[in-house]
Design a protein around this ligand. Structure first.
Ligand code: BDR
Ligand code: CA
Length: 313
């Protein structure tokens, strides 16, 4: 059983990933922490509470602070054309949800939960890396107490989706991402290299809605705006970025990884670019040296991952 804290910015593909974690029998979802990204932190937190209520999820929700890691960096804006004004595909989410939040800020919730479950917690982070970086800043020892860190973010051997260099989750807070990638904990990075190959068609979404009962029908309603955007601009279906990271937790054999230290470019025209130094190659001394080796996903059995997602939902 994997004890998971889900750090998320719901977000349409985040909502799918949340339902996956809730429904998969090998996952024990012990916390949901919100971060800005697909919308403001107020909106993503409200959405996390909405989904918790709608899907009867027991895990508490802790709200992120809403600022970038180094405070000086302004937000890059919200992708309302992809996730809707409300972050959940314009389905008319109520303004407020009558459920309590965990009293702690997200990063403090992460620290406390990791400390009470040493060696057992997997952090699955599918938004900006801000909460994880703040947790490391306030309590660096948690790096040795976390079981695994799986993040959706980055673009290594492919172009970004926000700029030619950068993927959205990293570009929205590069300083935070660099802290997370270079910390002495085991990180697996599920980036655009593999997620863009995992395209869910409308027929698959209909099948999920038919087989998955009321929760899956709500997910299908939430996904309509997002899948229409993708069909018009990108592919013949929607990319299920965040669910790929969740699938990795329970089925790592469906992925191929490459080891090596990872740095994030902070500033300049390649702001938010992720670069890995492969272990096997020799370079002169560089800012990648002496850092922990992390795993970057370079291959995916996309059909297998989509089937796992559909069967779980
Ligand atoms: C990532 O950015 C967000 O829009 C998605 O939810 C996903 O986490 C993809 O670049
Ligand atoms: Ca996300």
């Amino acid at each position: 059983m994997h004890k998971v804290i889900f750090d998320t910015d719901p977000g349409v593909d985040d909502a799918m990933a949340l339902l996956f974690l809730h429904r998969h029998p090998d996952i024990d979802l012990i916390g949901i922490t919100s971060v800005f990204g697909n919308a403001s932190v107020e909106t993503t937190t409200r959405n996390a509470l909405f989904l918790k209520q709608a899907w009867n999820i027991a895990a508490p929700v802790a709200k992120g602070l809403g600022e970038t890691f180094n405070h000086g960096r302004p937000h890059v804006g919200w992708p309302t054309g992809i996730h809707g004004e409300d972050g959940l595909g314009n389905i008319d989410v109520p303004e407020t949800i009558d459920l309590p939040l965990d009293p702690r800020p997200a990063h403090r919730f992460i620290i406390d939960t990791v400390r009470t479950n040493p060696g057992e917690v997997t952090l699955v982070a599918v938004g900006r890396m801000t909460n994880l970086a703040l947790a490391l800043r306030d309590d660096p020892e948690i790096a040795g107490l976390v079981k695994d860190v799986v993040i959706m973010g980055g673009a290594f051997d492919v172009p970004g989706n926000i700029t030619p260099a950068a993927e959205a989750n990293i570009h929205g807070d590069p300083e935070a991402a660099d802290v997370v990638m270079t910390a002495p904990w085991p990180v697996t990075v599920i980036g655009l290299d593999v997620t863009t190959r995992t395209v869910m068609t409308r027929a698959m979404l209909v099948d999920i809605a038919e087989r998955g009962g009321a929760p899956a029908r709500l997910l299908s309603d939430i996904s309509q705006f997002y899948i229409t955007f993708y069909e018009q601009h990108v592919d013949d279906g929607m990319i299920v970025h965040d669910s790929c990271a969740c699938a990795y937790v329970v089925a790592p054999d469906l992925f191929r990884t490459r080891s090596g230290s990872v740095r994030v470019i902070c500033g300049g025209i390649a702001d938010g670019q992720t670069i890995q130094k492969p272990d096997a190659r020799l370079f002169p001394p560089s800012p990648w040296d002496g850092l922990p080796s992390q795993k970057v996903c370079t291959g995916i059995d996309a059909e297998g991952v989509l089937k796992l997602i559909a069967d779980t939902l």
